[in-house]
Structures are given as structure tokens and as C-alpha cells.
Design a protein around this ligand. Structure first.
Ligand code: MG
Length: 108
């Protein structure tokens, strides 16, 4: 079963590239930025764990603002993954559609 991605990541990346203040990274830079965004998402989530040095105990994952922060960082991950693919000359929509299709077939 083919999975259809109803989102146009290629267009969104093209719009980003066309933004006057956006500097398109090369593939290596894009992968480093992607790694940084994964770290930010992990940091936003791990700050909700009680009892660790980095914890902010007032932040519980059930709090809407914390969930929004984690979601925003995960959105940054998707954006940088799309930029990294575009920098490599890969269409992110086609790459995602292919992988989702493989996953659906694998778990069907
Ligand atoms: Mg971020």
C-alpha cells in the first residue's frame, strides 16, 4: 500500500530558501543543524524529568507550554531534515513517502 504524504515539504523548503535572510546550508552544515535540533528537542523533553541536574521541576510534561515547546523543537527537526535532504538534492516528500510506504508494508 502506497502512503500519500499530503504535505509539500519541497515547496516549504523552496519558500525558506527564497527568504531573504535564510542562508541555505550545504549538506554537512544541514546535518549538523539537524543534530542540533534533535538536541534541542531532547533538552525540551528531558527538562521535564524530575530529579536530574538539568531538570526544571516546575515543568511537567502535562503542562501545555512544555508540550508546545517539545513540539516546536520536533518541528525544527522536521524542517532541518527537509533542508538537509534538499541540500543533498533529495526530494523530501518523495523520501518520506517511500519510507512511510516501506514501514506500512513492513507492519502490515
Ligand atoms: Mg530549535
Amino acid at each position: 500500500m502506497e502512503v500519500i504524504i499530503d504535505m509539500n515539504l519541497s515547496k516549504l523548503v523552496a519558500d525558506l530558501k527564497a527568504s531573504p535572510n535564510f542562508k541555505m546550508p550545504n549538506p554537512e552544515q544541514a546535518l549538523l543543524f539537524l543534530t542540533s535540533e534533535v538536541g534541542e528537542a531532547a533538552d525540551a523533553l528531558s527538562s521535564t524529568w524530575n530529579g536530574y541536574v538539568r531538570s526544571e521541576e516546575h515543568n511537567a510534561l502535562c503542562q501545555p507550554e512544555v508540550r508546545l515547546k517539545v513540539a516546536a523543537e520536533l518541528a525544527d527537526v522536521v524542517i532541518m531534515a527537509s533542508v538537509a535532504m534538499a541540500a543533498l538534492g533529495v526530494n523530501p516528500d518523495e523520501a518520506l513517502q517511500k519510507k512511510f510506504t516501506e514501514l506500512v508494508e513492513r507492519f502490515s
